[in-house]
Design a protein around this ligand. Sequence first.
Ligand code: ZN
Length: 159
Amino acid sequence: VTVAGLEDLYREIILDHYRNPRNRGDLPCPPARRVEGFNPLCGDEVVVYLALGPGGAVDDIRIGGQGCSISQSSASMMSAAVKGRSEAEARRLVRAFKAMMSIGDESGDNDSGVAVDDGEVRLGDLEALRGVVKFPVRIKCATLPWNALVQALDGEEGG
Ligand code: ZN
């Protein structure tokens, strides 16, 4: 498989999630939490509805909003990746995804080696968004739904 072929595959995965978004819709709030994310640079809007089960597990998640293919496909992939996970697993996915987007080191650690996979986290389709790193302007599109998810996990009602 050539590099060009891989990029075509990734493009297909992104477009598939954009055209057929997973977990699209909403959930009654309360009990679900609702957090809105907005990326003014691109005009992306992502609304995350999060229903938590015992111990903070992600019982159910729904995605609303509108925006570019990167933001909306990232939200779709995220919803599929975290649904049914424990809170700890969901947060590990967030960390792994942000590491892939190269913004996991805001604490000042500037080691060049970025661990995408800590051994337990499998990003799956999310790997398709890896190419976004080459376009810094679009990184905010890709991370928008993840930041909204973290707010929802933290219990910060957005708006
Ligand atoms: Zn965007």
